[in-house]
Design a protein around this ligand. Structure first.
Ligand code: GDP
Length: 358
């Protein structure tokens, strides 16, 4: 039994990818997008502003034998494009982290590096559940690549020597996680993902192990985040600014991740600003056009409304003072002063956090 009303729907969990520079964040996101698209179905993924939505059907095709889609009722995963660590720490949602779950990418040869430690600190501080992607397994000497395969399949195809060299590196990372205060193990040995961090060996280059990562993310979200994913799809939209950008024909716009409710064209919104909250009216909600249309048409298409979880570009007057990391709130039928106060309170929290980051 749940205490949610009928209007409640389960939204897509928001996933952030973090890690030291060059450890493979961008490549991993590209591979997830690319192999999803090459599954060939229309609607295999939906490109958002600042994010990519991978529906459960696509994940289950990619994960093959690893996933039984009937075990899940969450609609998929929304990967937000990797912001810098500093901006990640300011990407809040109602005092928590914007991301519901994170992937910490660690180069299996390099192990923990300064930005890995920083990322761990942020994940600890924001209480964000995460998994570790031990990336670049294909660089293990003597590796026999198994493109796109689950990691166990791939391990079966390796020489004993290659496997033991990989294991040495993996246990190094597990040791470093333990030094950082997290008990961790290879993900298939983890019994309780609330107590132990799962480590997924993979290669963003060959795609081996990527099915496992998607499976673990889906499983974690389903088991531990389902309650938080229940939202009122008709509720006043709530989001966080990823970036403020000037856009020809629109002026200053905010790329926003919407994590609750719905934002409609014409809505009055309150946005965190550099000096004070900005009260303005949505002029346009913009999404990227499909790739094949971009060459001839404009970059964006207008939509009438956008519901959580999604990335969208909001065009509205007065947005040039908006700040990355700031809250966005639809006013709808609440008193404007209440919404302004809410935005102010959340901004104050972000400032404390930013100060802590030094
Ligand atoms: P980011 O800075 O974390 O976004 O790292 P990138 O995704 O830009 O990757 C840094 C470099 O590592 C690039 O040259 C990638 O081609 C390479 N790279 C990333 N993932 C892998 C992998 O799984 N295997 C190999 N061999 N190279 C990789």
């Amino acid at each position: 039994m749940t205490d949610h009303t009928n209007a409640d729907t389960l939204r897509t969990p928001i996933v952030a990818v973090l890690g030291h520079v060059d450890h493979g964040k961008t490549s991993l996101l590209d591979t997830i997008r690319g192999s999803a698209v090459s599954e060939g179905e229309a609607g295999a993924i939906t490109q958002h502003i600042g994010a990519t939505d991978i529906p459960l059907d696509t994940i289950s095709e990619m994960a093959g034998e690893l996933i039984d889609p009937s075990d899940f009722d969450l609609p998929g995963l929304l990967f937000i494009d990797t912001p810098g660590h500093h901006s990640f720490s300011t990407l809040r949602a109602r005092g928590g982290a914007l991301a519901d779950i994170a992937v910490l990418v660690v180069d299996v040869n390099d192990g923990f590096q300064p930005q890995t430690e920083e990322a761990i600190d942020i994940l600890r501080r924001t209480g964000t559940p995460f998994v570790v992607a031990a990336n670049k397994v294909d660089t293990t000497p003597g590796w026999n690549p198994q493109d796109g395969q689950p990691i166990q399949r791939s391990l079966e195809a390796q020489s004993e020597r290659a496997e033991s060299m990989l294991n040495e590196n993996l246990y190094e990372i597990i040791g470093q996680l333990s030094d950082a205060g997290f008990s961790a193990d290879l993900y298939w040995r983890v019994q309780d993902f609330q107590k132990n961090i799962g480590v997924v060996p993979l290669s963003a280059l060959t795609g081996e192990g990527v099915p496992d990562l998607l499976t673990v993310l889906m499983g974690l979200s389903q088991r531990f985040m389902k309650e938080e994913m229940a939202i009122d799809v008709q509720g006043a939209g709530e989001g966080t600014v990823l970036e403020v950008k000037d856009e020809r024909g629109f002026g200053a716009t905010i790329d926003t991740v919407v994590y609750d409710g719905v934002i409609r064209n014409g809505d009055t919104i309150v946005v965190g600003g550099q000096n004070e909250p900005i009260v303005t009216e949505v002029r346009a909600l913009l999404r990227p056009r499909a790739l094949e249309e971009i060459r001839t048409e404009k970059k964006f298409e207008k939509v009438a409304e956008i519901g959580a979880a999604a990335g969208v570009k909001i065009a509205a007057p007065e947005l040039d003072q908006a700040m990355a990391g700031a809250p966005v709130r639809v006013v709808r039928d609440r008193p404007l002063e209440d919404v302004i106060a809410e935005v102010k309170a959340e901004l104050a929290e972000i400032e404390v956090d930013t100060a802590e980051d030094g």
